[in-house]
Design a binder for this molecule. Structure first.
Ligand code: PEP
Length: 254
């Protein structure tokens, strides 16, 4: 598939996989995806599996991501993990502001922006998630909601920092529900996001930023979604938990 930007497909394993299971999964992915050069491939295991998974992906085309991090470097923040700790395991990416963290952990746009700035300062690439609820879409508020999240979550990021970042558009109604956005619905919001980035930054910067779609992506719908002009990859939850499910998404997107 000929794309303006290199596709980036990331698996968000959420709170799944023991260390042994994580090793099995990533070993299978490494075998299945060894020949893939056209797509940036990222796996985001739980913190507890980062150490062992990092050993398996060493010298492979699979990069490591985390699912969250603290905006602080170190200190009295019980239960938190800082960027420096992630870097010990060669983590390159970090998912920030996932809707589950916004919903269950009270993360705000300002918190996401602070974490993004801390991640970038440590040379980690943030995957910054935005997306509307079903009620917001039905009320015709998708662009207002996503626009506000973008402005707030990117506050303080410079042009070059934005270019190091990835935006993930994840309509909340499509996450883990099996209800995927149609390719046209995804493209519409992705184009809106890129236009908003033009307004916030400039045309060249906005054209270089990769925007992933997330929400019930699977092997059977990946190709059509990825073929949309402004869809530059996927953030995959459920289907990333099995070797075949994730590797077929990557292969079908090429
Ligand atoms: C996600 O949680 O980021 C996600 C997109 O999940 P799923 O693919 O299961 O909808």
């Amino acid at each position: 598939m000929d794309k303006e930007r290199k596709l980036i497909i990331a698996g968000n394993w959420k709170m799944n996989k023991t260390v042994a299971e994580a090793i099995d999964l990533v070993t299978g992915l490494k075998r299945d995806l060894v020949a893939v050069k056209e797509v940036d491939i990222v796996v985001c295991p739980p913190f507890t599996a980062l150490s062992e998974v990092s050993k398996v992906v060493l010298d492979s085309n699979i990069r490591l991501g985390a699912q969250n991090m603290s905006e602080h470097q170190s200190g009295a923040f019980t239960g938190e993990i800082g960027a420096g700790m992630l870097k010990e395991f060669s983590v390159r990416y970090v998912i920030l502001g996932h809707s589950e963290r916004r919903q269950f952990n009270g993360e705000t746009d300002a918190m996401v922006a602070a974490k993004a700035i801390a991640a970038l300062a440590a040379s980690l690439k943030p995957i910054i998630c935005v997306g509307e609820l079903l009620a917001e879409r039905e009320a015709g508020r998708t662009e207002a909601v996503v626009g506000t999240q973008l402005e707030g979550s990117l506050k303080g990021l410079t042009k070059s920092q934005l270019e190091e970042s990835i935006i993930a558009y994840e309509p909340v109604w499509a996450i883990g529900t099996g209800k995927v956005a149609t390719p046209q619905q995804a493209q519409e919001v992705h184009a809106f996001i890129r236009n908003r980035l033009v307004a916030m930054y400039d045309e060249g910067t906005a054209r270089r930023v990769r925007i992933q779609y997330g929400g019930s992506v699977k092997a059977s719908n990946a190709r059509e979604l990825m073929s949309q002009a402004d869809v530059d990859g996927a953030l995959v939850g459920g289907a990333s938990l099995e070797v075949r499910g994730f590797s077929d998404i990557v292969k079908n997107s090429i």
